[in-house]
Design a protein around this ligand. Structure first.
Ligand code: NAD
Ligand code: WQD
Length: 346
């Protein structure tokens, strides 16, 4: 008989970061995974790709987390859930500005339902996907977990801030509950196999999918938003971090809280590479690594963009032993490999 595995309920498991995290969890023999997704921004075929990479099955349920009754049935059917990683959310900043109610409903009501289920079914370990967007427009760099949280720049960012607060309050009210909110900076790239990656349903607005789709001829050009920012080359600075590094941090965070039952509570941690990269440097690295030069031109600044933001991730190193291992070259090469895989299939 094998050793008993810890069953992890992962919401949004068919999505970009969730699918990479399933791969990392399945690489660790102590975990089994159950995914919940409503496929509003993904596809159940992701689970087949995960099986191809890991050789292991992922159990999954189709469910909208806003449907509390259905969610409760899953908790009751699955029993013995050892921990939850909550990725499921809508994440487009411009869409959230257009449809704030949808974002508050989807991102906040789902978290409320999930936390109620955790309380009722005795689940004590919880990892929440938060975002560097909770820091808003900040000018003290690098950003650490004690940096002030400015006013959210979008309803999306506000759902992350409200989500963190809700989780902290819930943890305070439920002795024994242990939660970590992980604040990701800019997750990019794809699994090194090139078999899974980011799959934007609509026209992408994040830099990396815009670069790879333009390079593949799917989009006409990249518009670089602004060239007169007070940075080394006039373009904005961000902290890009490989999605598999982000995924691995979840396994470490889970292991930490599961091994520290005597120290429950709420914590937050930044996950970034710690390096600021300009838009222009990202484009140059893409061209140097792949040999492909996507069309680009400089355009107006994009409303709401911060000039520069990058992370001090020393807390994650100290608390989780987490250090990113993938370079910017890995990020562009894997993102391109994934794009080429998509082209081959179509
Ligand atoms: P994604 O859209 O690829 O994945 C989210 C998944 O959740 C999708 O599969 C979607 O179908 C599912 N989902 C959404 N609402 C749901 C609901 N009500 N019920 C069930 N399933 C639902 O996004 P991602 O990039 O993998 O992001 C994962 C998490 O990380 C999100 O919470 C996001 O806000 C956060 N985050 C992402 C980034 C980023 O740049 N990708 C940065 C910081 C934080
Ligand atoms: C990166 C840089 C753009 C597209 C967003 C969310 C944040 C987090 C990560 C979820 C910026 C520039 C982009 C283009 C460009 N997500 N750019 N031309 O805005 O840093 O962060 O994703 O939590 O909350 O706000 O990411 O990829 O959109 O932009 O010049 O076509 O690329 O101006 O400097 P951003 P991004």
């Amino acid at each position: 008989m094998g050793t008993k595995k810890n069953k992890i309920l992962l919401t949004g498991g068919a999505g970009y970061i969730g699918s990479h995290t399933i791969i990392e969890l399945l690489g660790d023999d102590s975990f089994e995974v159950v995914s919940i997704d409503n496929y509003s921004n993904s596809d159940a075929a992701t689970y087949d790709r995960i099986k191809k990479i890991t050789g292991r099955e992922v159990k999954f349920h189709e469910c909208d987390l806003c449907d509390e009754q259905k969610l409760r049935r899953i908790f009751s059917e699955e029993k013995n859930i050892a921990g939850v990683i909550h990725f499921a959310a809508l994440k487009s900043v411009p869409e959230s500005v257009e449809k704030p109610e949808l974002y508050y409903h989807n991102n906040i009501d789902s978290l409320e339902n999930l936390l109620r289920c955790c309380a009722d079914f005795g689940v004590h370990h919880f990892i929440f996907s938060s975002s560097c967007s909770v820091y808003g427009n900040i000018d003290q760099l690098p950003v650490n977990e004690n940096s002030p949280l400015a006013k959210p720049e979008s309803p999306y960012a506000d759902t992350k801030l409200k989500g963190e607060n809700m989780l902290r309050e819930f943890t305070e009210k439920h002795p024994g509950f242990h939660a970590i909110a992980l604040r990701y900076f800019n997750p990019v790239g794809a699994h090194l196999s090139g078999l899974i990656g980011e799959l934007p349903r609509n026209r992408p607005n994040n830099l990396f999918p815009v670069i790879t789709q333009t390079a593949a001829g799917k989009m006409k050009e990249i518009v670089v938003f602004g060239k007169d920012y007070p940075t080394r080359d006039g373009t904005c600075i961000r902290d890009y971090i490989h999605v598999s590094d982000i995924a691995r941090a979840h396994v470490l965070a889970l292991k930490k809280i599961m091994s520290e039952n005597d120290k429950p509570g709420y914590d937050v941690m930044n996950l970034g590479s710690g390096e600021g990269v300009t838009v222009y440097e990202a484009l140059q690295t893409f061209e140097k690594e792949t040999g492909v030069r996507p069309n680009y031109r400089f355009g107006e600044r994009r409303a709401g963009d911060v000039v520069a933001i990058y992370s001090d991730s020393s807390k994650a190193l100290k608390e989780l032993g987490w250090k990113p291992v993938h370079s910017l070259a890995d990020m562009v090469n894997s993102a391109w490999k994934w794009q080429l895989h998509l082209e081959e299939k179509n």
